[in-house]
Design a protein. Structure first.
Length: 115
């Protein structure tokens, strides 16, 4: 993964979130973990409209006002996309798992800064 490329995209997400949510979004962080926050598997490309693509996503960790960016494996990205087609705007248990794992990763990152 090209972290600089993802960081530039996440900056765009951040600017959009700031415009939409104002001071509720104070900063951003990109999870550079090597495993999928959904299933723990290897992050790989997915087939999207006949092409290989990576699933770059973000959510706001409200407690800290941090926009957390992340990449999913193809399998989890496919599940999220399929679920969105079946039930638009409805979060699934996979969403909750992803957010919980990413919040844990963010907290570990913060602890590493204190060390």
């Amino acid at each position: 993964m090209d972290e600089a490329y993802f960081d530039s995209l996440l900056k765009q997400f951040y600017q959009q979130a700031k415009a939409q949510f104002g001071n509720a979004v104070k900063s951003y962080w990109f999870d550079t973990g090597e495993s999928c926050p959904g299933c723990g598997g290897e992050i790989d490309a997915m087939d999207y409209e006949g092409k290989e693509a990576l699933s770059l996503n973000a959510f706001i960790y409200r407690e800290r006002g941090v926009l957390i960016g992340y990449v999913l494996c193809g399998k989890c990205a496919g599940k999220i996309m399929w679920g969105a087609k079946l039930r638009p705007r409805k979060e699934t248990e996979l969403h909750a798992t992803i957010e919980r794992n990413l919040i844990d990763n963010y907290k570990k990152y913060l602890r590493s800064l204190d060390a």
